[in-house]
Design a protein around this ligand. Structure first.
Ligand SMILES: CC(C)(COP(=O)(O)OP(=O)(O)OC[C@H]1O[C@@H](n2cnc3c(N)ncnc32)[C@H](O)[C@@H]1OP(=O)(O)O)[C@@H](O)C(=O)NCCC(=O)NCCS
Length: 173
């Protein structure tokens, strides 16, 4: 199945609902997308509403992958830096693919679309952090991102489970 990627899709109630459902599904399938344990629609919806606000304000921009029926199946958010010394790069957040499609090359296609849009936005680099212990740094490394920092135990997943907080950087020139 091919997905169609769109930057800045119209932020409708349907899109916000789809984003919430996708995020819940990805988290509950074991994805490292900012929550811990099993989440519900009600847990995730406030984060989606914050994204709606920040995209309206231009602080974030959504790159969304849709299937042929208009279903939201993959996302990445660009987060722009307010500081003048950091305006040449953006952060990447909430990189996720529908669990039903994971492992089929859609993550790679998502990162290719991210890179293409980042270049056309004039960005010189992308930065992100990811949770250790899941192999995610290998996923990003396979798309050219370099590990540039690691805070040992920087993420507390639970009282007994601390993970490294890994920073990845993709130069675009
Ligand atoms: C991470 C994610 C976006 C990757 O998408 P995907 O469709 O599963 O990935 P692909 O099938 O395109 O795989 C691309 C490459 O990355 C590798 N890869 C994907 N996920 C990986 C993981 N968790 N650990 C190690 N390697 C991984 C694949 O093996 C593949 O490499 P190969 O071509 O050399 O075999 C997807 O699995 C996902 O949404 N995970 C849950 C959410 C999440 O944790 N997001 C990360 C936020 S930092």
């Amino acid at each position: 199945m091919d997905l169609t990627y769109r930057l800045d899709p119209e932020v409708t109630p349907t899109l916000l609902d789809q984003l919430t459902r996708l995020w819940v599904d990805v988290n509950n399938a074991g994805g490292a997308v900012g929550f811990v344990g099993t989440t519900t629609y009600e847990d995730v919806r406030p984060d989606v509403d914050r994204y709606a606000e920040s995209t309206a304000a231009g602080r974030h921009r959504l790159l969304a992958g849709f299937d042929a029926e208009g279903g939201l199946r993959a996302t990445a958010f660009f987060g722009f830096n307010a500081h003048r010394l950091q305006s040449h790069y953006a952060w990447l957040y909430t990189v996720m693919v529908d669990p039903a499609l994971q492992g089929g090359g859609h993550g790679r296609a998502l990162l290719a679309a991210v890179e293409e849009h980042a270049r056309s936005l004039g960005l010189e680099a992308l930065k992100l952090t990811c949770r250790g212990g899941l192999g995610l740094e290998r996923f990003y490394a396979s798309a050219g991102y370099k590990e540039v920092g690691r805070v040992p135990g920087g993420l507390r997943v639970s009282a007994e489970d601390y993970r490294d907080d890994i920073m990845m950087w993709l130069p675009l020139f």
